[in-house]
Structure formats: structure tokens, C-alpha cells
Ligand binder design. Structure first.
Ligand SMILES: [Zn+2]
Length: 294
């Protein structure tokens, strides 16, 4: 196990326990989330060492994120996915109509393919071999396992991390790399779960977006803004993700009661979105658009 002794955002050593829960997907092991008393950053601590992390990823949950169409649930899921991809693309096109985009953790490449069809120059990074091969075979995308980025500077107008930042082992290094890879006024578009959402506070330790231990960080609006500010970014826009609340609530219901409880999950997802629209809590997951400030 690896123990974080200083807060990764503010360097404080004063922490308190947020909650203890377990890995519901693979190992059933318990993990604790700590909160920095100074800056409100939440993180899994202790956490598996980098070389141990891979074994916590082996689960059907991850493999099910492919393009096979099976039952009604899968069909709805695929439909929502397509709408969500369009939404993500529309957000980007509000800032720039065309340019160079890097999608870190691009999965099977559906989003990047949308950008490609809109005449963006695309590049993807995806560590999972199964997903990467699908992206290359299905869409003929330029996707690498990891790229040696040391020689690249200011090359991208947009870099996207859709539910990726909470997984990266070196948080500060990653954010400073983003800055180096972006062009002047380039945008880092970051989607992460929001631990202040209604569904998070309703499900508590059963909240599926804690996803222990592979989610190493658990962001609030306050903590992620501090992190990016520290690395020379300014916040341009936030956008709630309205579908995540339903999906996360369904998984959380399963964690809580071992049953799917679709109706309850849809109700909680709906409530979470209401809170997202009308209060400061925010949605189940949030997209942040950060601009590289010079
Ligand atoms: Zn802190």
C-alpha cells in the first residue's frame, strides 16, 4: 500500500476520515477516504501501489463498456451514450470549431471518432488493449497505449479527460503535463464525479462513483478548481452531466441491496438532477473547462 502524507493540493498534513467503504467490483477489500481539513480535497488513503492497481480493474463492469447490443437496458445505455457524446462535442465546439484534440483514456474511441468526423485532428491514449484495438479497428483512429510526451509542447488546442483524472497515479504531474501539451489559451476539459452531489450524500458508502480503490481522488468543485489554479489554469465553464446520476444510482442500489431497484434508482437520479439544477450541490458528475492562462 502507498500512503499519502501531504495533501496533493495544499501540502497540509491535517486530515480526517470521510468514510470507509469497500471495493464492490473485484476484491471486497476495505478502503478509507480521507479529507484534507485545510482545502477539502478527498483522497483514497492508503491506496494500492501503482504496480498493484491493475488487479483491481479486472471486472465485468469495465469489460461491459463495449459496443455490443443486448437487452433493453443495453439499448437505452447505447442511446444515452450517443446523446452524451454529442453533448460533449457540442461543449467543445462552443470554444473552438476545429483544431487538434487529445483524448486521454479514450476507451473505444466513440467520442474521438465524433471529433474526427467533424474534421478535428485527433489523437487518443488508451492503456486498455481491448478498448484500444476497438478504437483502431472500428474508427481507424490514431490511438497509442501511452505516448512519450516529453518532446511535445503546446501541440493541442483541447485535451479531454472523461472520467480519467480520478484514476491517474501522479495527479500533479498529470495536470502540469496538460499545461505543457496545450497551446496558448488551450482548454483542458475534465469530467469527474462530484462528491457533493445529492446521490453521493444519499448513498454514502454505497455511492458507486467512489469506486474504491481505483478512484484515487474524490473531487468537489472547490478542490478541483484549487488544483488547476495551482498549475496555472483558470476555470471557464462547468456543466453537469445529467445521465450519470441514473447510471450511478443504479450501481449504488446494487451495492446497497444486491438488487437492481430500477425505479428507486431512477427516482434518486431524478432528484439528484433537480438538486443539480436548483442548488449549489451540483450534478452527480461535472465537466470542467479549464483554460491555460499565461
Ligand atoms: Zn489540502
Amino acid at each position: 500500500m502507498r500512503v499519502i502524507k501531504n495533501c496533493l493540493i495544499c501540502d497540509s498534513t491535517s486530515f480526517e476520515e470521510h468514510l470507509t467503504s469497500k471495493d464492490f467490483s473485484v476484491s471486497n477489500e476495505n478502503f478509507t477516504i480521507l479529507k484534507c481539513k485545510n482545502c477539502n480535497f478527498h483522497f483514497t488513503n492508503p491506496r494500492p501501489k501503482n504496480e498493484e492497481l491493475a488487479r483491481y480493474y479486472i471486472s465485468d463492469h469495465y469489460i461491459s463498456h463495449n459496443n455490443t447490443r443486448k437487452n433493453l437496458f443495453e439499448k437505452v445505455y447505447q442511446l444515452v451514450r450517443r446523446i452524451a457524446i454529442k453533448g460533449k462535442y457540442n461543449l467543445i465546439s462552443r470554444f473552438k470549431k476545429k483544431g487538434r484534440i487529445l483524448d486521454i483514456g479514450c476507451g473505444t474511441g466513440d467520442f474521438l471518432n465524433k471529433c474526427k468526423t467533424e474534421k478535428w485532428v485527433t489523437k487518443g491514449i488508451e492503456p486498455s488493449e481491448i478498448a484500444r484495438k476497438q478504437a483502431i479497428v472500428n474508427y481507424n483512429l490514431d490511438v497509442e497505449e501511452s505516448i512519450d510526451l516529453r518532446d511535445i509542447k503546446g501541440e493541442f488546442d483541447v485535451i479531454t479527460l472523461w472520467h480519467v483524472l480520478e484514476h491517474v497515479t501522479e495527479l500533479n504531474t498529470t495536470v502540469s503535463e496538460l499545461k505543457r501539451l496545450l497551446s496558448n489559451h488551450g482548454k483542458a476539459i475534465i469530467a469527474v464525479p462530484n462528491l457533493e452531489s445529492f446521490d453521493a450524500s444519499y448513498y454514502k458508502k454505497y455511492w458507486a462513483a467512489y469506486d474504491l480503490p481505483i478512484h484515487l481522488y474524490h473531487f468537489s468543485k472547490e478542490s478541483i478548481i484549487k488544483l488547476f489554479k495551482k498549475h496555472g489554469f483558470s476555470l471557464r465553464k462547468t456543466k453537469g452531466m445529467k445521465y450519470d446520476s441514473f447510471y450511478v444510482s443504479m450501481l449504488s442500489e446494487e451495492h446497497k441491496s444486491k438488487k437492481k431497484n430500477f425505479i428507486t434508482a431512477i427516482f434518486i437520479g431524478f432528484l439528484s438532477n433537480l438538486y443539480g439544477f436548483f442548488t449549489k450541490r451540483g450534478f452527480s458528475s461535472t465537466i470542467y473547462v479549464f483554460e491555460k492562462s499565461n
